[in-house]
Design a protein around this ligand. Structure first.
Ligand code: SF4
Length: 381
Protein backbone atom coordinates (compact mmCIF):
# COMPACT_ATOMS: atom_id res chain seq x y z
CA UNK A 1 0.00 0.00 0.00
CA UNK A 2 1.26 3.46 -0.81
CA UNK A 3 0.96 6.09 1.93
CA UNK A 4 -0.25 9.47 0.76
CA UNK A 5 -1.22 12.27 3.07
CA UNK A 6 -3.69 14.82 1.85
CA UNK A 7 -4.63 17.83 3.91
CA UNK A 8 -7.33 17.49 6.54
CA UNK A 9 -10.93 18.54 5.86
CA UNK A 10 -13.54 18.56 8.63
CA UNK A 11 -17.13 17.56 7.89
CA UNK A 12 -19.06 17.90 11.13
CA UNK A 13 -17.54 15.42 13.57
CA UNK A 14 -15.68 13.51 10.84
CA UNK A 15 -12.30 14.44 9.41
CA UNK A 16 -11.05 13.19 6.07
CA UNK A 17 -7.52 13.28 4.67
CA UNK A 18 -4.30 13.61 6.66
CA UNK A 19 -4.21 9.90 7.44
CA UNK A 20 -7.70 9.73 8.99
CA UNK A 21 -9.67 6.52 8.34
CA UNK A 22 -11.47 6.56 4.98
CA UNK A 23 -14.98 7.87 5.63
CA UNK A 24 -17.98 6.05 4.15
CA UNK A 25 -20.82 8.09 2.66
CA UNK A 26 -24.22 7.40 1.19
CA UNK A 27 -27.14 9.38 -0.18
CA UNK A 28 -30.87 9.43 0.42
CA UNK A 29 -32.97 8.26 -2.52
CA UNK A 30 -36.35 9.36 -1.18
CA UNK A 31 -38.10 12.54 -2.29
CA UNK A 32 -36.59 15.13 0.03
CA UNK A 33 -40.03 16.69 0.54
CA UNK A 34 -41.34 13.40 1.87
CA UNK A 35 -39.98 14.30 5.29
CA UNK A 36 -40.95 11.09 7.08
CA UNK A 37 -39.43 8.88 4.40
CA UNK A 38 -36.26 10.99 4.21
CA UNK A 39 -35.82 11.00 8.00
CA UNK A 40 -36.29 7.22 7.99
CA UNK A 41 -33.69 6.83 5.30
CA UNK A 42 -31.15 9.07 7.07
CA UNK A 43 -31.74 6.95 10.18
CA UNK A 44 -31.31 3.74 8.20
CA UNK A 45 -28.05 4.97 6.68
CA UNK A 46 -26.77 6.07 10.10
CA UNK A 47 -27.62 2.64 11.51
CA UNK A 48 -25.74 1.03 8.62
CA UNK A 49 -22.69 3.05 9.72
CA UNK A 50 -22.62 5.99 7.29
CA UNK A 51 -20.21 8.70 8.39
CA UNK A 52 -21.72 11.30 6.07
CA UNK A 53 -25.14 11.40 4.36
CA UNK A 54 -25.97 13.39 1.24
CA UNK A 55 -29.35 14.83 0.34
CA UNK A 56 -30.25 16.41 -3.01
CA UNK A 57 -31.84 19.84 -3.01
CA UNK A 58 -33.50 21.42 -6.03
CA UNK A 59 -36.19 23.76 -4.74
CA UNK A 60 -37.18 26.08 -1.90
CA UNK A 61 -39.62 23.39 -0.70
CA UNK A 62 -36.72 20.94 -0.45
CA UNK A 63 -34.94 23.45 1.79
CA UNK A 64 -37.93 23.54 4.16
CA UNK A 65 -37.99 19.73 4.20
CA UNK A 66 -34.25 19.65 4.87
CA UNK A 67 -34.71 21.88 7.92
CA UNK A 68 -37.19 19.33 9.30
CA UNK A 69 -34.85 16.42 8.57
CA UNK A 70 -32.12 18.28 10.42
CA UNK A 71 -34.41 18.75 13.45
CA UNK A 72 -35.21 15.03 13.48
CA UNK A 73 -31.61 13.85 12.96
CA UNK A 74 -29.63 16.45 14.86
CA UNK A 75 -26.35 14.51 14.97
CA UNK A 76 -26.11 13.36 11.36
CA UNK A 77 -23.29 14.76 9.21
CA UNK A 78 -25.32 16.03 6.27
CA UNK A 79 -24.13 17.15 2.85
CA UNK A 80 -26.33 18.77 0.28
CA UNK A 81 -26.06 18.24 -3.41
CA UNK A 82 -26.57 21.48 -5.35
CA UNK A 83 -27.60 21.17 -8.95
CA UNK A 84 -28.40 24.05 -11.30
CA UNK A 85 -29.79 26.32 -8.60
CA UNK A 86 -26.53 27.07 -6.82
CA UNK A 87 -28.14 30.11 -5.13
CA UNK A 88 -29.94 27.75 -2.73
CA UNK A 89 -26.58 27.33 -0.97
CA UNK A 90 -27.15 30.19 1.47
CA UNK A 91 -30.50 28.71 2.49
CA UNK A 92 -29.30 25.16 3.06
CA UNK A 93 -25.89 25.87 4.59
CA UNK A 94 -27.27 26.50 8.11
CA UNK A 95 -28.55 22.90 8.19
CA UNK A 96 -25.57 20.97 6.83
CA UNK A 97 -21.87 20.32 7.26
CA UNK A 98 -20.86 20.24 3.61
CA UNK A 99 -21.92 21.61 0.22
CA UNK A 100 -21.31 19.69 -2.98
CA UNK A 101 -21.39 21.54 -6.29
CA UNK A 102 -20.83 20.28 -9.82
CA UNK A 103 -18.68 22.64 -11.94
CA UNK A 104 -20.58 21.41 -15.01
CA UNK A 105 -23.88 22.78 -13.65
CA UNK A 106 -22.78 26.31 -12.75
CA UNK A 107 -23.42 27.74 -16.23
CA UNK A 108 -27.15 26.87 -16.23
CA UNK A 109 -28.47 29.96 -14.46
CA UNK A 110 -27.23 33.57 -14.52
CA UNK A 111 -25.35 32.74 -17.72
CA UNK A 112 -23.79 36.21 -17.96
CA UNK A 113 -22.23 35.95 -14.48
CA UNK A 114 -18.60 34.73 -14.46
CA UNK A 115 -18.14 31.24 -12.99
CA UNK A 116 -15.46 32.63 -10.69
CA UNK A 117 -18.04 34.95 -9.07
CA UNK A 118 -20.41 32.01 -8.52
CA UNK A 119 -17.61 30.03 -6.90
CA UNK A 120 -16.73 33.02 -4.71
CA UNK A 121 -20.36 33.16 -3.57
CA UNK A 122 -20.31 29.43 -2.69
CA UNK A 123 -17.05 29.80 -0.77
CA UNK A 124 -18.42 32.79 1.16
CA UNK A 125 -21.51 30.77 2.12
CA UNK A 126 -19.43 27.75 3.16
CA UNK A 127 -17.06 29.90 5.18
CA UNK A 128 -19.87 31.80 6.94
CA UNK A 129 -21.51 28.54 8.03
CA UNK A 130 -18.42 26.43 8.75
CA UNK A 131 -19.21 24.02 5.91
CA UNK A 132 -16.73 21.95 3.94
CA UNK A 133 -17.15 21.71 0.16
CA UNK A 134 -16.84 19.08 -2.55
CA UNK A 135 -16.04 19.90 -6.15
CA UNK A 136 -17.96 17.01 -7.70
CA UNK A 137 -17.11 16.42 -11.37
CA UNK A 138 -19.27 13.90 -13.17
CA UNK A 139 -18.70 12.26 -16.56
CA UNK A 140 -22.21 13.05 -17.82
CA UNK A 141 -22.17 16.76 -17.00
CA UNK A 142 -18.66 18.07 -17.60
CA UNK A 143 -18.24 21.82 -18.13
CA UNK A 144 -19.06 22.26 -21.87
CA UNK A 145 -16.23 24.78 -22.29
CA UNK A 146 -13.72 22.13 -21.15
CA UNK A 147 -15.29 19.44 -23.34
CA UNK A 148 -15.01 21.64 -26.43
CA UNK A 149 -11.23 21.81 -26.07
CA UNK A 150 -10.49 18.09 -26.26
CA UNK A 151 -11.12 15.23 -28.66
CA UNK A 152 -14.54 13.58 -28.31
CA UNK A 153 -12.98 10.26 -27.28
CA UNK A 154 -11.03 11.90 -24.44
CA UNK A 155 -13.47 12.18 -21.57
CA UNK A 156 -10.82 12.10 -18.84
CA UNK A 157 -8.75 15.23 -19.55
CA UNK A 158 -11.77 17.61 -19.51
CA UNK A 159 -12.92 16.16 -16.18
CA UNK A 160 -9.50 16.51 -14.60
CA UNK A 161 -8.97 20.00 -16.07
CA UNK A 162 -12.31 21.12 -14.68
CA UNK A 163 -11.48 19.78 -11.20
CA UNK A 164 -8.01 21.38 -11.26
CA UNK A 165 -9.45 24.71 -12.36
CA UNK A 166 -12.00 24.76 -9.54
CA UNK A 167 -9.47 23.59 -6.96
CA UNK A 168 -7.24 26.52 -8.02
CA UNK A 169 -10.20 28.93 -7.67
CA UNK A 170 -10.87 27.74 -4.13
CA UNK A 171 -7.16 28.04 -3.32
CA UNK A 172 -7.10 31.61 -4.69
CA UNK A 173 -10.03 32.41 -2.41
CA UNK A 174 -8.05 31.11 0.56
CA UNK A 175 -10.46 28.23 1.19
CA UNK A 176 -8.85 24.85 1.89
CA UNK A 177 -11.76 22.89 3.43
CA UNK A 178 -12.65 21.08 0.23
CA UNK A 179 -12.30 17.72 -1.44
CA UNK A 180 -12.72 16.67 -5.07
CA UNK A 181 -14.48 13.81 -6.82
CA UNK A 182 -14.10 12.59 -10.41
CA UNK A 183 -16.81 10.06 -11.17
CA UNK A 184 -17.61 7.94 -14.21
CA UNK A 185 -19.62 4.76 -14.69
CA UNK A 186 -16.53 3.04 -16.12
CA UNK A 187 -14.20 2.02 -13.27
CA UNK A 188 -11.15 2.32 -15.53
CA UNK A 189 -11.96 5.95 -16.21
CA UNK A 190 -12.46 6.56 -12.48
CA UNK A 191 -9.00 5.10 -11.88
CA UNK A 192 -7.34 7.09 -14.67
CA UNK A 193 -9.01 10.40 -13.75
CA UNK A 194 -8.14 10.13 -10.07
CA UNK A 195 -4.53 9.09 -10.76
CA UNK A 196 -4.13 12.01 -13.18
CA UNK A 197 -5.63 14.50 -10.74
CA UNK A 198 -3.40 13.25 -7.93
CA UNK A 199 -0.28 13.75 -10.05
CA UNK A 200 -1.03 17.50 -10.10
CA UNK A 201 -2.67 17.86 -6.68
CA UNK A 202 -1.46 15.22 -4.23
CA UNK A 203 -2.57 17.48 -1.36
CA UNK A 204 -6.30 17.52 -2.13
CA UNK A 205 -8.48 14.86 -0.43
CA UNK A 206 -10.45 12.73 -2.88
CA UNK A 207 -13.98 11.36 -2.63
CA UNK A 208 -14.08 8.14 -4.67
CA UNK A 209 -17.05 6.60 -6.41
CA UNK A 210 -18.16 4.82 -9.57
CA UNK A 211 -21.30 6.64 -10.60
CA UNK A 212 -24.30 4.67 -11.91
CA UNK A 213 -22.46 1.47 -11.02
CA UNK A 214 -25.82 -0.32 -11.25
CA UNK A 215 -27.30 -3.17 -9.24
CA UNK A 216 -25.51 -5.72 -7.09
CA UNK A 217 -23.53 -7.79 -7.82
CA UNK A 218 -22.21 -6.03 -10.97
CA UNK A 219 -22.30 -2.59 -9.37
CA UNK A 220 -20.33 -3.86 -6.41
CA UNK A 221 -17.71 -5.46 -8.66
CA UNK A 222 -17.17 -2.29 -10.69
CA UNK A 223 -16.83 -0.23 -7.53
CA UNK A 224 -14.53 -2.72 -5.85
CA UNK A 225 -12.20 -2.75 -8.86
CA UNK A 226 -11.86 1.05 -8.84
CA UNK A 227 -11.37 1.24 -5.07
CA UNK A 228 -8.81 -1.56 -4.99
CA UNK A 229 -6.74 0.05 -7.71
CA UNK A 230 -6.87 3.52 -6.16
CA UNK A 231 -6.76 2.92 -2.43
CA UNK A 232 -3.73 0.64 -2.74
CA UNK A 233 -1.99 3.61 -4.37
CA UNK A 234 -2.91 5.77 -1.41
CA UNK A 235 -5.63 7.58 -3.35
CA UNK A 236 -9.01 8.14 -1.66
CA UNK A 237 -10.07 9.77 1.60
CA UNK A 238 -13.81 9.11 1.53
CA UNK A 239 -15.94 6.75 -0.56
CA UNK A 240 -19.47 6.22 -1.75
CA UNK A 241 -20.76 3.01 -3.31
CA UNK A 242 -23.62 3.95 -5.70
CA UNK A 243 -26.04 1.05 -6.08
CA UNK A 244 -29.51 0.79 -7.53
CA UNK A 245 -31.43 -0.64 -4.56
CA UNK A 246 -34.94 -0.49 -3.11
CA UNK A 247 -35.21 2.15 -0.36
CA UNK A 248 -35.23 -0.35 2.49
CA UNK A 249 -31.92 -1.86 1.29
CA UNK A 250 -30.10 1.47 0.81
CA UNK A 251 -27.93 0.74 3.86
CA UNK A 252 -26.12 -1.85 1.71
CA UNK A 253 -24.25 1.03 0.05
CA UNK A 254 -22.57 1.56 3.42
CA UNK A 255 -22.05 -2.07 4.43
CA UNK A 256 -20.64 -2.92 0.99
CA UNK A 257 -18.32 0.11 1.20
CA UNK A 258 -17.04 -0.98 4.62
CA UNK A 259 -16.57 -4.55 3.41
CA UNK A 260 -14.49 -3.38 0.44
CA UNK A 261 -12.35 -1.18 2.72
CA UNK A 262 -11.86 -4.05 5.14
CA UNK A 263 -10.88 -6.42 2.33
CA UNK A 264 -8.37 -3.93 0.96
CA UNK A 265 -6.88 -3.34 4.41
CA UNK A 266 -6.48 -7.11 4.82
CA UNK A 267 -5.13 -7.57 1.29
CA UNK A 268 -8.12 -9.60 0.11
CA UNK A 269 -8.20 -8.40 -3.49
CA UNK A 270 -10.64 -9.48 -6.16
CA UNK A 271 -9.49 -7.42 -9.12
CA UNK A 272 -6.88 -8.08 -11.73
CA UNK A 273 -4.67 -5.13 -12.53
CA UNK A 274 -7.10 -3.89 -15.18
CA UNK A 275 -10.86 -4.40 -15.28
CA UNK A 276 -12.00 -5.36 -18.75
CA UNK A 277 -15.72 -5.22 -19.29
CA UNK A 278 -16.97 -7.90 -21.66
CA UNK A 279 -20.53 -8.82 -22.42
CA UNK A 280 -23.66 -6.89 -21.57
CA UNK A 281 -22.95 -3.90 -19.34
CA UNK A 282 -25.93 -2.41 -17.51
CA UNK A 283 -25.38 1.01 -16.01
CA UNK A 284 -28.04 2.34 -13.65
CA UNK A 285 -28.04 5.28 -11.30
CA UNK A 286 -28.49 4.71 -7.56
CA UNK A 287 -31.61 6.95 -7.65
CA UNK A 288 -32.03 9.91 -5.33
CA UNK A 289 -34.70 12.42 -4.38
CA UNK A 290 -34.84 13.60 -7.99
CA UNK A 291 -36.06 10.27 -9.32
CA UNK A 292 -39.13 11.06 -11.46
CA UNK A 293 -41.05 7.85 -10.76
CA UNK A 294 -40.41 5.27 -8.08
CA UNK A 295 -41.06 2.60 -10.71
CA UNK A 296 -37.46 3.31 -11.74
CA UNK A 297 -35.99 0.67 -9.38
CA UNK A 298 -38.31 -2.02 -10.77
CA UNK A 299 -37.55 -0.83 -14.28
CA UNK A 300 -33.79 -1.20 -13.73
CA UNK A 301 -34.29 -4.73 -12.36
CA UNK A 302 -36.70 -5.68 -15.17
CA UNK A 303 -34.24 -4.39 -17.77
CA UNK A 304 -31.55 -6.62 -16.30
CA UNK A 305 -33.85 -9.66 -16.25
CA UNK A 306 -35.26 -9.08 -19.72
CA UNK A 307 -31.84 -8.54 -21.33
CA UNK A 308 -30.28 -11.64 -19.80
CA UNK A 309 -30.54 -13.42 -23.17
CA UNK A 310 -28.04 -10.85 -24.56
CA UNK A 311 -25.47 -11.19 -21.81
CA UNK A 312 -22.67 -12.29 -24.10
CA UNK A 313 -22.89 -9.29 -26.40
CA UNK A 314 -20.66 -6.25 -25.88
CA UNK A 315 -23.48 -3.77 -25.46
CA UNK A 316 -24.03 -1.08 -22.83
CA UNK A 317 -27.54 -0.21 -21.64
CA UNK A 318 -28.05 2.76 -19.29
CA UNK A 319 -31.10 3.29 -17.06
CA UNK A 320 -31.31 6.65 -15.31
CA UNK A 321 -33.87 8.03 -12.89
CA UNK A 322 -34.41 11.62 -13.98
CA UNK A 323 -33.94 14.45 -16.43
CA UNK A 324 -31.15 16.10 -14.42
CA UNK A 325 -28.45 13.60 -15.30
CA UNK A 326 -30.36 11.18 -17.52
CA UNK A 327 -29.98 12.87 -20.91
CA UNK A 328 -26.20 13.46 -20.64
CA UNK A 329 -25.26 10.24 -18.93
CA UNK A 330 -27.03 8.00 -21.44
CA UNK A 331 -25.20 9.47 -24.44
CA UNK A 332 -22.32 7.00 -24.30
CA UNK A 333 -24.54 3.93 -23.92
CA UNK A 334 -25.63 1.88 -26.92
CA UNK A 335 -29.20 2.08 -25.59
CA UNK A 336 -30.22 4.52 -22.88
CA UNK A 337 -33.36 5.22 -20.88
CA UNK A 338 -34.19 8.03 -18.54
CA UNK A 339 -37.36 8.37 -16.56
CA UNK A 340 -40.02 11.07 -16.70
CA UNK A 341 -43.06 11.01 -14.37
CA UNK A 342 -45.33 9.02 -16.73
CA UNK A 343 -43.05 7.83 -19.51
CA UNK A 344 -39.53 6.68 -20.22
CA UNK A 345 -37.29 8.32 -22.82
CA UNK A 346 -35.48 5.80 -24.98
CA UNK A 347 -32.24 6.64 -26.79
CA UNK A 348 -29.79 4.93 -29.06
CA UNK A 349 -26.46 6.63 -28.35
CA UNK A 350 -27.18 10.36 -28.35
CA UNK A 351 -30.22 9.95 -30.65
CA UNK A 352 -33.70 9.97 -29.06
CA UNK A 353 -35.98 7.15 -30.22
CA UNK A 354 -39.14 8.31 -28.45
CA UNK A 355 -41.10 8.28 -25.23
CA UNK A 356 -42.80 5.11 -23.99
CA UNK A 357 -45.04 4.34 -21.04
CA UNK A 358 -43.69 2.24 -18.20
CA UNK A 359 -45.75 -0.67 -19.60
CA UNK A 360 -44.43 -0.28 -23.15
CA UNK A 361 -40.77 0.39 -22.58
CA UNK A 362 -39.47 -3.16 -22.06
CA UNK A 363 -41.06 -4.38 -25.30
CA UNK A 364 -39.59 -1.51 -27.27
CA UNK A 365 -36.20 -1.93 -25.65
CA UNK A 366 -36.21 -5.59 -26.67
CA UNK A 367 -36.90 -4.63 -30.29
CA UNK A 368 -34.05 -2.12 -30.29
CA UNK A 369 -31.69 -4.55 -28.59
CA UNK A 370 -32.43 -7.27 -31.14
CA UNK A 371 -31.86 -4.77 -33.95
CA UNK A 372 -28.57 -3.70 -32.44
CA UNK A 373 -27.35 -7.27 -31.99
CA UNK A 374 -28.19 -8.02 -35.59
CA UNK A 375 -26.54 -4.86 -36.93
CA UNK A 376 -23.41 -5.23 -34.90
CA UNK A 377 -23.20 -8.93 -35.71
CA UNK A 378 -22.36 -8.36 -32.10
CA UNK A 379 -19.25 -10.03 -30.84
CA UNK A 380 -19.91 -12.95 -28.58
CA UNK A 381 -17.26 -14.97 -26.87
S1 SF4 B 1 -29.89 10.22 -12.56
FE1 SF4 B 1 -31.26 11.55 -11.43
S2 SF4 B 1 -32.37 10.15 -10.06
FE2 SF4 B 1 -30.55 9.08 -10.72
S3 SF4 B 1 -29.04 9.51 -9.11
FE3 SF4 B 1 -28.72 10.98 -10.78
S4 SF4 B 1 -29.88 12.78 -10.16
FE4 SF4 B 1 -30.65 11.03 -8.92
Amino acid sequence: MTERKTREVRIGNVSIGAGNPIAVQSMTATRTQDIDATVRQVELLEQAGADIIRIAIDTAKDVVALSEVRKARADANLVIDLQENYRLAERVAPFVQKLRYNPGHLHHIEREKPIRDKVRYLVDVARDHGCAMRIGVNCGSVDPEKLSRYAKNDSITPMVESALEHAAMLDDLGFDQYCVSLKDSDPNKVIDANVLFTESRPDVPLHLGVTEAGMPPDGVIKTRVAFEQLITRGIGDTIRVSLTLPFERKGEEVTVGRQILDDIANKRFRSVPRFEQHGLNIISCPSCSRVENEAFIDLAQNVRDMTDYAKEHDITIAVMGCRVNGPGETDDADLGMWCAPSFVNLKRGPQTLGQFTYDEILGRLRLELDKLIEEKGASSF
